[in-house]
Every structure is written in C-alpha cells, then in structure tokens.
Design a protein around this ligand. Structure first.
Ligand code: AMP
Ligand code: FES
Ligand code: ZN
Ligand code: ZN
Length: 322
C-alpha cells in the first residue's frame, strides 16, 4: 500500500498506507484515528446520530457496512445489525456468514431476514419477473425491509455503509442527466417522515480503499467479491471514471461530492417532490406509498407468481446481451 521508507505524518513511525488525497502517509494507529475523525466530522456536521439513538446498521457482509458498524460501536454508539438474505446464490450465503461471524465474535445483536423464506421470492427471480435490471428489484426490496425492520424494532435511525465512492458515483450519474429531483434528494441524512425512519450515511468522507484498509487493520473478515448481478452496471462504470480522474487529480472525487453538499444541495432544498408528497398507505402491507400497492408489494407479487430462477440463469442471460 505504501513505499517502505514512508513515515506516518503524525508519529514518524513506518507508515502502512498512503493517502494522496490528504497528501500524507499514516501508521495503523493514526490511520484508524483519521477514519474515526472523518466519521465524527460527518456525524456532527449533518447531525446524523446522538449517543441516545437506538441504531440499526444495515450490513451486507462487505467491508463498508461491517466497518461502519465497527466504527460506531468503537465510538460508543448503541448499534444492532440487520442482514437481509437476498437469495443471490453463493454470494448471499457467503455474505451472510461474514455478517453473522462479525456479530457473534463481538457479542453484537444481528437481525436476519431471509427474502425467500419470509417473503416467498429472491432477487434473481424478482429481476426476471419484473424484467428490470437486478439492482432495481434489489434496491426496492432492501429499502422496504430496512424501513420496516427499523420501525418494527423501535430503532430511531437506520445506518448504511454508503461511502464517498458510492455517493460520488450516484452524484455523477444524477449530474450527467441533470436529474434535479434525484439531486435534491441526494443527502447523507434523510429525516424521519411519513412513516419512514431517519436514514444516515456516516461514511461519506471515507473511500472504499480506506474502508478496506480499516477492515484489514482491525482484523475484520469481509466478502471481497462484488455482487455478481451488479457486474456491468452503470454505477461501476461511474466509479471507474471517477477513479481515473482521481488518479490525475488527488482529491477531485471528495471535492466533487463534498462541495456538492456544501454549495449545491442547499440551492436544491425544497425541489424534491418526495418531501412534499402526501403519501397514502399500501393496501397490502401498510407502508407509505403514492399508489395502491407499494413498490415492494408489487415486486413481491410478480416474483412470487414466477417460478424460482437460479442466479446463474440471470447472469448468463446478462452475458449474452453484452
Ligand atoms: P449496495 O446497495 O449493495 O451498494 O449497499 C449499500 C448499503 O446497503 C451497504 O453499505 C449496506 O449498508 C446495505 N446493504 C446492502 N446489502 C445488504 C444486505 N443484504 N443486508 C443488509 N444491508 C445491506
Ligand atoms: Fe442487489 Fe446485487 S446486491 S443486485
Ligand atoms: Zn503514526
Ligand atoms: Zn406494500
């Protein structure tokens, strides 16, 4: 990760990581300190969490969500985890194992939900049945189950592991289309409203690489593989484009996203239809929605009516298309 002669900016001991964005190298201890500081800064600036909050962290078994859970507990927050088994073949089985081991090794409470066992469908089947890209059925299912688990469990806030790379890539996509509605909603804190829990993203000031390093230094085992159904999606292409820019100009990614929050997001406040929409109630599950059935129930209904589709079938179909 770093040239062997490099020294930590703080203590001058040998460094384990170079962070060109901060124009510095760090030893393990001071790298962890920097990460904690970045999370505290995000939490304080956006009023994300307080020590009285009863927090639910959505954990996928990947580095970011396990790292954010670890950091919050380390900072003294009260936080349980939530893992959703999406039924994406081996990927889901293995990711669930990482989430469960992390929780049990640390004596933390992990809520688990299995989409197939509890709702009668899985993501590959939903993708086929709705004829949409897998990430769309997946996002709809996850968002609904995050909200429901947080509200049912009496949690005051739901945390996700979205990091700077994720948020910058979404911003890039929204900006390429000048999607003002989406841009106005792209905030790291969504307050509780209309039957939705408060949702926050404490990792917005930290990158994927930094979160991988956090996990390595802290001895956290995580699933390295990306979701097989996400291969080839636009989000990954936007991340690659931003990484190419970052290579040429350190700090460009952080200023693209963080300056959006400082300079642009306030100008867009109030432009979001969702903030003012009067929402009704889903006739099937009671969740807030603009139509009779919420997006989750529509997806679940279609998927349950379809014969189960193994993940390989959805993947091979995707490959043929490209
Ligand atoms: P993704 O949409 O896969 O980029 O994931 C974004 C965030 O959603 C992660 O950092 C987690 O906080 C959460 N998440 C993703 N997949 C799951 C899952 N299967 N169970 C619980 N939380 C998840
Ligand atoms: Fe949702 Fe891959 S995790 S489609
Ligand atoms: Zn040091
Ligand atoms: Zn519903």
């Amino acid at each position: 990760m770093v040239a062997s002669a490099s020294k930590c900016r703080v203590c001058k001991e040998p460094a384990i990581i170079d962070l060109p964005r901060h124009n510095a190298n760090f030893c393990a201890e001071h790298f962890l300190e920097l990460c904690r500081r970045q999370v505290v800064k995000a939490i304080e600036k956006f009023d994300m969490l307080s020590k009285d909050d009863n927090i639910l962290v959505a954990v996928s078994g990947g580095k970011d969500s396990l790292a954010v859970w670890d950091i919050l507990v380390d900072l003294g927050y009260q936080a349980d985890g939530l893992y959703i088994g999406l039924g994406i073949g081996d990927y889901s089985d293995v990711s669930g194992e990482y989430a469960k081991s992390f929780a049990s090794e640390r004596g933390l409470n992990l809520i688990t939900i299995d989409l197939r066992a509890e709702y009668g469908y899985d993501i590959p089947t939903a993708a086929k049945a709705t004829r949409r890209v897998p990430c769309s059925a997946c996002g709809t299912s996850k968002r609904h189950l995050f909200d429901k688990a947080a509200l049912d469990g009496g949690y005051t806030v739901l945390v996700t592991g979205h990091n700077l790379d994720d948020e910058a890539a979404v911003l890039f996509g929204n900006t390429l289309r000048w999607d003002v509605e989406y841009l106005s909603r792209q905030l790291p804190v969504l307050p509780a409203r209309n039957g939705f829990p408060k949702k926050v993203k404490p990792l917005i000031r930290l990158t994927e690489r930094e979160m991988a390093a956090w996990c390595i230094v802290r001895g956290i085992d995580y699933l390295v593989d990306e979701c097989p159904m996400a291969v080839g999606n636009k989000h990954l292409a936007y991340k690659a484009a931003l990484n190419a820019i970052e290579q040429q100009s350190s700090g460009a990614k952080a200023s693209f996203y963080l300056n959006f929050l400082d300079n642009m997001a306030p100008l867009l406040a109030g432009r979001s239809a969702a903030a003012t929409d009067e929402l009704g109630t889903c006739t099937s599950c009671g969740a807030p929605t603009t139509s009779d059935l919420c997006a989750f129930c529509r997806t679940a209904e279609k998927a349950r009516a379809h014969e189960p589709v193994p993940v390989e079938l959805v993947l091979s179909r995707g490959r043929r298309r490209r």
